[in-house]
Each structure stands twice: as C-alpha cells, then as structure tokens.
Design a protein around this ligand. Structure first.
Ligand SMILES: *[C@@H]1O[C@H](CO)[C@@H](O)[C@H](O)[C@H]1NC(C)=O
Ligand SMILES: *[C@@H]1O[C@H](CO)[C@@H](O)[C@H](O)[C@H]1NC(C)=O
Ligand SMILES: *[C@@H]1O[C@H](CO)[C@@H](O)[C@H](O)[C@H]1NC(C)=O
Length: 441
C-alpha cells in the first residue's frame, strides 16, 4: 500500500479561500492564489542552512512574498462584476535571476516579475536620502552614488497585462514547452499568446455555436503537451478530451484525436452528463498519458488509445446514491483537480470532508488521507481514513451521512521531483513531505 510519511508537516493560514496551488519547475517555490485576488509565494529553505537537525529546520517552506494580483473589476458592456479570484497560476521556466509567473482571474491574465534586491543606491546629487529633490543652490559638489547593502527585499512587479482576450470565463492557462508562448482557455475558446505581446492573441479553438441556443458543450480545461510544442489537449463538459495539433491547421476546431468513453446505457440518469464533465486534465510528465477528473472518478488515458481510459479509479463511489442532494446543494458542480507524482506512478485528487485520495497505478490500490491539522503530528505517518459504506465497521470509520461537504479539497500540487504535496483546504495550505532518510527509518 502506498504510504506517505509526514516527517515534515507544515500548515499556513491564508487570508482567503485558496483557489489555486502551483510549484515552480524545480519545486523550490510554491505559489497560491486566493479568492481575494492575492498571490502568496512560499520558498523552500536551502538544506545547507539546517546544521541543526531539529524538526523543520531545513527544507521547510516559508512565506517569501505576498502581493495583490487582481482587483475586483466591472464589465460595463455586460454590467457584470468581474471577481478578483485567481483561477490559475503558472510559473515560467527561469531564465535569469528573476522569477516570472502568470496569474489569471476570469478575464485578465497578468505576467509578474518576482526579483530580489539586497542593495540600494545612496548618495544622489539632486535628491536627499528620502528621495526629496534638493534645492539646486545647495548642491555645490558632485559625488558618485554608491550601492549599499540592505536587507533582502523581494520586489514583485507586473510586467505584462493580457486583457481583452476572453469574453467568457478563463479556466486554464498553460505555458508551452517552447518557453515563448502560452494558451488560455475559457468556456468556448482557446487563445494562444506570445509572452511579449499583450495586444493580440491567436484564437486556436472556437466552439461557440452560431446560435447560442445550440450550445451543448463547454471547454473545462486545457493544457499543452510537456515536450511537443504543437500539441495541446482540452476537455469538455461532455466528458470528452480532444488532442489538437497546431501543425495541421491554424484553427484547431478539428481535433486530431478525440478520447471518449462510451456511455453505459444502463447507468443513464438525470445526472449522467453532469457527473461526466471533466473538471481537470493533466499530461503525465512522460507525455504519454492524460489524467482526468470527473465528479466520481479519476481516469488515466493513453494517447495511443482513444476508445476509453486505460485506468479508472473510484474517488467516492458512495456518493452515487447522494447525487440528488449534491445537486441541490450545488456540490455536484465542484471542480476537483488531479495531479501526478513525479514518476507518474501515483495519482492524487481531492474529495470532501478534508479527504484526498492517492492511487498507486501499479497495484491499483487507493488510500484516503485527511488534511487536518489536529490529526497530523510532525514525523507521524499520515493517517489513512475510511468511509463506511457497509460491511464490518471499523473504529474511526466515517459514515457517508456525516461527511462535511463544505470541507472540500479542490486544489493541490505535487512537487516536480520529490515526494512533497501541497493541499489547499479552504483557507489552509498543508504541505506534506515524505523524507525518507536513514535517521527516521
Ligand atoms: C524555482 O525556484 C527556485 C528557488 O528560487 C530556483 O532556484 C529555481 O531555479 C526555480 N526553477 C525554475 C525552473 O524556475
Ligand atoms: C455503472 O454503475 C455502476 C454502479 O452503479 C458502476 O460500478 C459502473 O462503473 C458504472 N458504469 C459506468 C460506465 O459508469
Ligand atoms: C511516486 O510514487 C512511487 C510509488 O510509490 C514512488 O516510488 C516514487 O518515489 C514517487 N515519486 C516521487 C519522487 O515522489
């Protein structure tokens, strides 16, 4: 059975409900976005610094910078409020000392530059140390300004604002492996942008019907292939995945491949279409597989097999009998994300009651874990939980009727190289780290 040892366990309280979590490409930085439009960046302390082996001295994540990315806005044409909530954050591959990230709310994508400064110029000729312009008549000599060391400051500046590219709500952004372009997807269209050009984008997918009354399907997520810059995938509310190749045509309305699972007619119900909507799609690190999440399952698809998923894992099958009440309280529309571990051998996704699930692809077995401070002592093995669905009831089992549906784990990230996971549980960010070293064995 797959186990994660929480030798190091951290939790942070963020001012608002976390709406996205993302590691940078080496995993040393972690960014969260929240409902209030803020971005919080965490940085991992360098290991060398931890000469003391005290718990959490080294390798621990600490707050590095916090900034306001988006503000509430108003769409005057449609008389609609535009929420400041951050829908997605994506890091750009690092090219110089500074870090760059893209953040988006429903409409506007912003490119931020995060840089460090530990020196400041002093000894201006025309300004005093507070920056006030001096009376020129008092300036009698010329001096050369010098750089003086100061406390380390992290500066965050907006570098580009990609506005007016979307009429509908942006659900995804994805940086291309060419490092120069990225895509952004809303309910009906996908656009491709050059990172240096803010005033125009290319529309690469448009599924808007001529007559909006004919609308039967919306785009729910989109992502570029990790290695082939011409390939991208998008998922839909009908449970299909479309793989597109930009070499075939500029407008990819005609997909190269469509991945779809034939519906079991015996299972058709009022809720079939709602629960088959794909809420997230992720390429595996190898680029060979796709991982998707729908309301009750996570699925792994092989790019070479379109007729159905190669693996299906039940996340919380016991909710199938509760769909009616989950529809009434709108939970059925929750958008759970899914992630791969770095070797593509374990997948993870969220559930209710602060539970999240991990599935070992080799054995096909799954575990239910809980993101909850009181239950997790540092250095303890993260306790597995069980939902009671019949049979012999074990101590600690939770009944389906006692699940707390307000505690949902929607957003999460897996470190790109190590066994470290970041889980967003409403206002809390939990970081679980498996540090298998001799000392702890
Ligand atoms: C991720 O952040 C760390 C810490 O600042 C940095 O050293 C690393 O180069 C970054 N990686 C990439 C690929 O951006
Ligand atoms: C049909 O429903 C049963 C349980 O009700 C489930 O085990 C099975 O996976 C479902 N089939 C499909 C194709 O969803
Ligand atoms: C991914 O999961 C597998 C299976 O448990 C594990 O062996 C591997 O170390 C994991 N990869 C990382 C780096 O977390």
């Amino acid at each position: 059975m797959y186990k994660i040892n929480t030798n190091l366990f951290l939790s942070f309280f963020v001012a608002d409900v976390i709406s996205t979590v993302e590691f940078n490409q080496t995993g040393d930085l972690l960014a969260t976005g929240d409902k209030g439009g803020r971005v919080v960046i965490f940085q991992r302390e360098t290991e060398s610094k931890g000469e003391s082996e005290e718990l959490g001295e080294s390798g621990e994540y600490n707050v590095y910078s916090t900034f306001q990315s988006h503000e509430p806005d108003f769409d005057y044409l449609k008389s609609l409020e535009i929420e400041e909530k951050i829908n997605k954050i994506r890091w750009l591959p690092q090219q110089n000392a500074a870090h760059f990230l893209l953040s988006t709310n429903d409409k506007t994508i912003k490119l931020w530059k995060v840089s460090e400064r530990d020196k400041r110029p002093e000894g201006y000729n025309l300004k005093d140390e507070e920056g006030r312009i001096k009376d020129i008549s008092t300036v009698t000599s010329l001096r050369v300004p010098v750089l003086k060391p100061t406390d380390l400051m992290v500066e965050v500046r907006p570098r580009r604002i990609f506005a007016n590219g979307h009429t509908y709500h942006v659900n995804s952004i994805s940086v291309n492996s060419d490092g120069e372009t990225y895509l952004s997807a809303d309910d009906l269209r996908i656009n491709m942008w050059h990172l240096d050009i803010t005033d125009r984008s290319f529309n690469i997918v448009d599924i808007k019907p001529a007559n909006m009354e004919d609308l039967t399907e919306v785009i729910t997520a989109a992502e570029f292939h990790p290695h082939h810059c011409q390939l991208f995938v998008y998922s839909s509310s009908k449970g299909t995945l479309r793989l597109c190749d930009m070499r075939e045509s500029a407008l990819c309305d005609k997909h190269s491949k469509i991945f779809e699972e034939p519906e079991d007619p015996g299972n058709r119900s009022f809720f079939s279409e709602i629960i088959s909507s794909v809420s997230d799609v992720k390429f595996s690190h190898s680029g060979r597989y796709l991982l998707t999440r729908d309301y009750l399952t996570v699925k792994v698809w092989d790019l070479n097999m379109e007729k159905g998923p190669v693996e299906t894992y039940q996340v919380h099958e016991y909710l199938r009998s509760k769909l009616c009440s989950l529809y009434e309280n709108d939970c059925i529309f929750d958008k759970f994300e899914c992630v791969w571990n770095s070797t593509d051998s374990v997948i993870m996704t969220g559930a209710y009651n602060s539970f999240f699930r991990m599935f070992d692809r080799e054995t096909g077995r799954g575990v239910t874990l809980e993101a909850w401070r009181e239950n997790s002592k540092p250095r303890a093995v993260l306790r597995t939980r069980r939902v009671y669905t019949g049979g012999r009831r074990r101590r600690g089992d939770v009944g389906v009727d006692s699940l707390d549906f307000t505690k949902k784990i929607l957003h999460m990230a897996w470190h790109p190289a190590e066994n470290i996971i970041a889980i967003a549980a409403t206002n809390n960010l939990y970081i679980f780290q498996d540090r298998v070293n001799a000392e702890n064995q």
